[in-house]
Write a protein that binds this ligand. Structure first.
Ligand code: PLP
Length: 370
């Protein structure tokens, strides 16, 4: 190997060691029961696939407008008008996944030293993107019930707070925030003139109550949604963002100088995807959620997740998550220790986006170990 090149200071706080350890252990297994995957096990809607192929055959293989094709933006704005009753929806930016929107937002909104409130456990990317922007993540503990506890959020707000990041339904806990909880947070955000980033990538996967969006309750919401989960398009890199006009404009400018645009064929597919009914898949994951909650509710004391396709399960027998997950992996089952998503090492994340057979096998292993 050649010598080590100097790496920029901003990379100093990025760390992938937790998840790498899991992958290293996992690499030694052949054909493990894999309950670690963060994407659906169904395939892209056929109409979306056909639309992408037709678009490519018709020569739509070039850059699109940075903000996304007019057709897709108009379809998203129609959806916003319908969902929120907005007569004049704000501008929409089509992004390279919600990940792309998150990166743009953090870089556009945060100065070094600014604080970003994250609810712990959190989607792992938030912490790292905040660090990349030079900002300081401030963690609000949501254990043991994974509710967003407005009074705890209030206690974390300082004059340096610039953003509050919400993710409902939540990865990794599966928690879905209620209208009352979101209204209380909206009131708090309004009092402090805070921008709320609402990552709603799992909005389609709500099992007990209808989904409630922060964007309908609070005017200064930067709303992010995507195609990765509802339409199983993780590899297509398509998402979108809407919110305060000046923020969307600056994010669009930065997209021009970074991603340029979301993939053109994915944008064509996205139009078809939006017209697809995914309720059968959601019903299937609802049933799997019940399988998990029934199997692990008693022995493990799992808090019943209301959405997404994850359960965040306490490690049993007084073990740390890392200790328990090491044992689990030795039994040919893959799950992710909670310290990948959290400052605590007490829980593990199980994804039930898999077949009934694999899920049943995995749950049996867990029950045996407990
Ligand atoms: C909470 C959350 N936000 C964002 C993303 C990224 O999604 P995308 O594929 O749209 O970039 C994920 C993917 O796992 C996620 O779980």
């Amino acid at each position: 190997m050649s010598h080590e090149f100097p790496i920029a200071d901003r990379m100093r706080l990025l760390d992938a060691s937790g998840i790498r350890k899991v992958f290293d252990l996992a690499a030694k297994l052949d054909d493990p029961i894999n309950l670690s995957i963060g994407q659906p096990d169904f395939d892209v809607p056929p109409a979306a696939l056909e639309q992408a192929i037709a678009a490519m055959r018709a020569g739509n293989n070039k850059y699109t407008q940075t903000q996304g094709t007019r057709e897709l933006r108009e379809a998203i704005q129609a959806l916003l008008a319908d969902e929120f009753g907005w007569s004049d929806p704000p501008p929409v930016l089509v992004t390279s996944g919600v990940s792309g929107a998150l990166l743009l937002a953090m870089l556009v909104l945060l100065n070094p030293g600014d604080e970003v409130i994250l609810l712990d456990p959190y989607f792992v990317m938030y912490r790292h993107l905040a660090h990349l922007a030079g900002a300081t993540p401030v963690y609000v503990d949501t254990y043991p019930d994974f509710r967003p506890h407005p009074e705890r959020i209030a206690a974390a707000i300082t004059p340096r707070t610039r953003l509050l990041l919400l993710n409902s339904p939540c990865n990794p806990t599966g928690a879905v925030y209620t209208r009352e909880e979101l209204e209380a947070i909206a009131e708090l955000a309004r009092a402090h003139d805070l921008l709320v980033v609402s990552d709603e990538i799992y909005d389609a996967f709500c099992y007990d109550e209808p989904f409630v969006s922060m964007a309908g309750l609070y005017e200064n919401t930067l709303l992010m949604r995507g195609f990765s989960k509802a339409y199983a398009m993780t590899g297509w890199r398509l998402g979108w963002c809407t919110g305060p006009t000046n923020v969307i404009e600056k994010m669009t400018m930065l997209q021009q100088y970074s991603f340029v645009c979301a993939p053109s064929m994915a944008q064509a597919a996205g139009l078809a995807a939006l017209k697809t009914d995914v309720s059968a898949h959601v019903a299937d994951y609802h049933r799997k959620r019940d399988m998990v909650a029934d199997a692990l509710g008693g022995t493990f004391g799992l808090v019943r997740p209301g959405g997404a396709f994850y359960a965040f399960v306490p490690a049993p027998n007084g073990k740390t998550a890392t200790e328990f997950v090491t044992e689990v992996i030795a039994n040919n089952l893959l799950v992710i220790p909670g310290n990948v998503f959290s400052n605590a090492d007490t829980h593990f994340r199980l994804s039930y986006a898999t077949t009934d057979e694999k899920l049943t096998e995995g749950l049996e292993v867990l029950k045996k170990l407990a």
